[in-house]
Design a protein around this ligand. Structure first.
Ligand SMILES: NC(=O)c1ccc[n+]([C@@H]2O[C@H](COP(=O)([O-])OP(=O)(O)OC[C@H]3O[C@@H](n4cnc5c(N)ncnc54)[C@H](OP(=O)(O)O)[C@@H]3O)[C@@H](O)[C@H]2O)c1
Length: 341
């Protein structure tokens, strides 16, 4: 059986990934690592874990990870992941990196947005951006998969059918995204602790969020040209989920019927995108704890604008669920393995 390792297993995405891989029918979770000298008991991180599991968290040791794994999932902070990902990729493992370190193709753009030079530039062109709805064919043979960010997953899936079918203007798009606090990871920061977030709602990094170049690259690939958009992320006082509301101008003469057809054609066969009926819109509750992205649109012929709403669970379709979806594609397993009950 294919063996999997999770590095950074004590964090939010690592824990979600461990839960999925422990019940996955085609792989064995064989290694979980932490930087800590005495990592916590697995049952403290995942209280619902079966008593039968003998798996323990280990202090990270590259040789041990290599011995115990065919696939290495990297759940480390960005800038921390690049050397580790490169090491296991060069050792012949399939690497699925949940950080941002291999999502951008241009090292200069990476440095500009992540304020850190890229130490493994030579691998940027080899990494495949792991959004199945965009790159399924390339993911099938990729050994370095850059798992998309949470905001980009929700924004890109909301816009792909419109841009690839040339139904909207490529200038003046507005992406208004609202995220639960787990999007920022487990470590406590001044802006994400309970007292700051509870009963509050605020925007941050307005048109300056590091996910913007990632969104831009995917939208421009779909549109085959320049796309200009504004991006306003907000912090919601909930733990998990992202709801994006996206506004775009329809191209002259484009009818509601064509827009609905484009979404149905793009997502009708997708296992994890649910396109809502006319008049229905997504909510966080419907996607929390699932790998689904729900998409709803308003596109009346009497109005020049199309409004798309797209919702995901940031820790699943926005991170660990999508990472498993990528593994399933890469390994030739049914795409829904481990991800639906
Ligand atoms: N949270 C989300 O919704 C989300 C969505 C998409 C992508 N991502 C990306 O996935 C990666 C993991 O995110 P996460 O939310 O799981 O983060 P997290 O909760 O902060 O966990 C990261 C883990 O990495 C380990 N680590 C190793 N080196 C570290 C360092 N120098 N500083 C801090 N932690 C370090 C820590 O475990 P030990 O202390 O035990 O070693 C920590 O538990 C990040 O790159 C993030 O951007 C997150």
């Amino acid at each position: 059986m294919i063996q999997c390792a999770i590095l950074g297993a004590t964090g939010y995405t690592g824990i979600e990934l461990a839960k999925i891989l422990l019940r996955h029918p085609h792989v064995k979770l064989s290694c979980l690592t932490s930087r800590q000298d005495e990592p916590p008991e697995l049952s403290l991180l995942i209280p619902e874990i079966s008593k039968q599991t003998t798996l323990k968290l280990e202090k990270f040791n590259a040789a041990e990870v290599a011995k115990k794994s065919d696939i290495v999932f990297i759940c480390l902070p960005h800038t921390e992941a690049m050397e580790t990902a490169a090491h296991f990729y060069k050792a012949g493992k399939i690497v699925i990196d949940l950080s941002a370190d291999f999502r951008l193709k241009d090292a200069k753009v990476y440095k500009e947005w992540y304020k850190h030079p890229h130490a493994r530039k030579e691998l940027l062109k080899e990494a495949v951006y792991g959004l199945p709805e965009l790159n399924r064919r390339q993911i099938r043979s990729a050994n370095l998969i850059a798992n998309p960010g949470c905001y980009p997953t929700s924004a890109i899936l909301g816009l792909l059918p419109l841009l690839s079918k040339n139904l909207i203007e490529t200038r003046g798009i507005v992406i208004d995204s609202n995220s639960g606090v787990s999007g920022a990871g487990k470590k406590i920061t001044a802006s994400t602790f309970f007292g700051e977030v509870n009963e509050n709602f605020k925007a941050y990094k307005v048109n300056a969020h590091q996910h913007m170049p990632e969104i831009q690259a995917a939208l421009e690939e779909a549109a085959h040209g320049r796309v200009d958009f504004s991006f306003v992320p907000h912090l919601l006082p909930v733990h998990r989920g992202i709801l994006s509301t996206i506004y775009a101008e329809k191209k002259k003469g484009v009818k509601k019927k064509e827009i609905f057809r484009a979404f149905e054609a793009a997502y009708g066969g997708e296992p994890f995108v649910r396109f809502k009926k006319d008049g229905e819109f997504p909510s966080l509750r419907d996607v929390q704890h699932t790998n689904f992205c729900d998409v709803g649109i308003a596109a009346e012929d009497s109005n020049g604008r199309v409004i798309v709403l797209s919702a995901i669970d940031n820790l699943l379709k926005g991170a660990s669920g999508q990472a498993v979806q990528n593994m399933n594609i890469r390994c030739g397993f049914p795409e829904e393995s481990g991800l639906v009950s």
